[in-house]
Write a protein of this length. Structure first.
Length: 320
């Protein structure tokens, strides 16, 4: 029963993350990255605090020994700081490349989670999980690789239609967007590992999620006040014209970074970090489906190959 509940939690997280990535892409078309980030973190901090009051507890902070509480806060700091830096890179990558290309690349975090989970937590990686994870990750290559240029069409109207619907990406912008997405994967992997360690120390998910996000909000807020006022633009009067876009990003962040992340770590508590992280590699597939359906992004033929690989990978993980 616990294992099934873990699967339900992680499935919820996958769908929520996929939807949130589309909202970020939509909202960032009208707002600046730095302004959106601090506004989002403020919304998420408020939301996760309320969630932690309902589902979490803070008794471990007062009952725990110093040799546990101090490392706990250290892990929360690392997790909050790394996930925030990763979010900055991810938001920036969305301004360079399509979300259906950027998000799959962030799932390379699984490459780093595997060795970290084995070395630091002693989690065993079964052959079926490892092989299935590699197969699913290979689908990421198909989902995120650059499309071949289409042959020149004779019909001028068709050419104009294609130009209007396809984002023209220079080689430099594409490379920069890809590197940012990969950097995001590294930082998110660090955040996953450090959060999981904080969870182990406290045996608490919802409160830990609030603490790490609150720490990140304070850090970015202080940095914005002292060094870079652009982080504060989301709270300025001149940004009211785009308030609804900031609100979209704030709500998406609350459900994604706030709730879905907590459910992911609850699933990791039930089924282990390795298995849970491997299942989340399916997120690009959900994101691809939603981006084609909702954002009308171009359907890529290699998407069908990715589907087959993901189905095969999941079969190996879940049934062997």
């Amino acid at each position: 029963m616990d294992q099934l509940l873990g699967y339900i939690f992680v499935l919820n997280a996958v769908i929520t993350w996929a939807l949130a990535s589309l909202v970020y892409k939509f909202g960032l078309g009208k707002t600046a990255v730095k302004a959106s980030l601090l506004f989002r973190l403020t919304c998420v901090s408020s939301f996760t605090f309320l969630v932690s009051l309902i589902f979490g507890n803070y008794h471990f902070l007062f009952n725990g020994a110093t040799d546990i509480v101090l490392p706990y806060f250290g892990m929360c700091f690392i997790s909050g700081f790394s996930v925030t830096l990763g979010d900055i890179l991810y938001f920036a990558s969305l301004q360079k490349i399509d979300s259906s290309r950027a998000y799959p690349l962030t799932q390379l975090s699984l490459v780093f989670v595997y060795p970290f989970a084995f070395v630091f937590f002693g989690e065993l990686i079964s052959p079926s999980t490892l092989i299935g994870g590699v197969i699913i990750l290979s689908s990421v290559v198909f989902l995120s690789s650059k499309d071949k240029p289409k042959k020149k069409l004779d019909n001028e109207d068709s050419i104009n239609h294609d130009n209007a619907n396809e984002k023209v990406e220079s080689k430099e912008e594409l490379l920069l967007g890809v590197l940012m997405a990969i950097g995001t994967a590294v930082l998110w992997a660090i955040s996953i590992i450090s959060f999981n360690q904080a969870r182990i120390l406290s045996n608490e998910v919802f409160s830990t999620n609030f603490i790490r996000i609150f720490i990140a909000t304070i850090i970015i807020g202080i940095y914005g006040i002292v060094f870079d006022k652009q982080f504060l633009l989301g709270f300025k009067k001149e940004s009211r014209v785009n308030l609804k876009y900031f609100a979209y990003i704030g709500i998406a962040g609350s459900l994604s970074l706030g709730l879905a992340d907590s459910l992911f770590y609850k699933a990791a508590q039930l089924n282990g970090l390795v298995l849970t992280s491997t299942i989340t590699a399916n997120t690009p597939m959900a994101q691809q489906l939603l981006s084609v359906a909702l954002l009308k992004e171009k359907f890529r033929p290699r998407f069908l190959v990715a589907v087959a690989l993901i189905i095969l990978g999941n079969y190996l993980i879940l049934f062997l």
